[in-house]
Ligand binder design. Sequence first.
Ligand SMILES: Nc1ncnc2c1ncn2[C@@H]1O[C@H](COP(=O)(O)OP(=O)(O)OP(=O)(O)O)[C@@H](O)[C@H]1O
Ligand SMILES: [Mg+2]
Length: 323
Amino acid sequence: MPEIPPDREDTPIGRAAEAAVGVRGRAGPPWPRPPRCRILTIANQKGGVGKTTTAVNLAASLAQHGSRVLVIDLDPQGNASTALDVAHHSGLSSVYDVLVEDRPLAEIVRPVGEMPGLFCAPATIDLAGAEIELVPMVARELRLAKALRAFDTSELDYVFVDCPPSLGLLTVNALVAAEEVLLPIQCEYYALEGVQQLLNTAELIRDNFNPGLHISAVLLTMYDGRTRLAADVAEDVRAHFGASVLRTIIPRSVRVSEAPSRGQSVIAYDPGSSGAIAYTEAARELAVQPARTRPGALSGAGPRVRAPGPREWPVPRSRRGTK
Ligand SMILES: Nc1ncnc2c1ncn2[C@@H]1O[C@H](COP(=O)(O)OP(=O)(O)OP(=O)(O)O)[C@@H](O)[C@H]1O
Ligand SMILES: [Mg+2]
């Protein structure tokens, strides 16, 4: 007769159940809330690296654990609005009205369905025109920062700004408005290419507009544990960004990619899935270890956003020694 394990959590299914309870915010001590609202811009001009997925799932997880979180969708594709099931068809009030028409942010913020504490400022396709319409405007880089300053963030713990895959004026507005950059990096071959341009842009913004801007977190996404390449990329990113890289790695998970089609975060869609557990763990890291990566953030003395020279840039191991 097979032996019955003494503890429920000592079996794989038991561990999954325990983790799911944790994802739902019913296990362990409550997460600390920051003393004041943290504004994080999620940026990487490379497309499809997990910016939106990260914004939505970190936000949902933090809200699940008692924080009040606003997701600002700054991408004309409106993917974050879709994933959070917030109406965003053309003509509705949206981030476009805030950036281009000077409407108050409070007018467009919507609560997210069944997730208390989670809010979304939706983007419509109208935002696609904003990149051009902003060009002749006065203080065009500062429009989101001004809107956020006029908005009462005292009731919020986190604002996540989901950027489009470009370094245009929308992303520039996001980098001017935030103090922290969260950089998702996909664990694959071309992952690191282009990150240097983002760092250069962030450095310029830091020097000209926003002295407190710093990279507070790098998150490795879509990790496929079966490939040597993913491990090499992860190792190289850690070698370069050091302690800013969250220990948690987000695995590639079908549940993560299915959740947006249900208008849900993966946290709500399948709390026991590997993706939900990983995003919950990444959110917990962000919540409990802010001091680790933002020393002196208020004084602007935090780690500099540094653009590595070409010789410093880590080459994925798989490309070393090849032509
Ligand atoms: N961990 C994951 N496992 C499986 N699929 C994922 C994972 N993370 C993201 N995806 C899928 O990969 C695609 C790209 O993700 P996402 O939209 O978050 O990237 P993005 O950087 O916001 O893209 P864009 O640059 O177009 O805004 C989506 O279809 C998403 O569902
Ligand atoms: Mg996106």
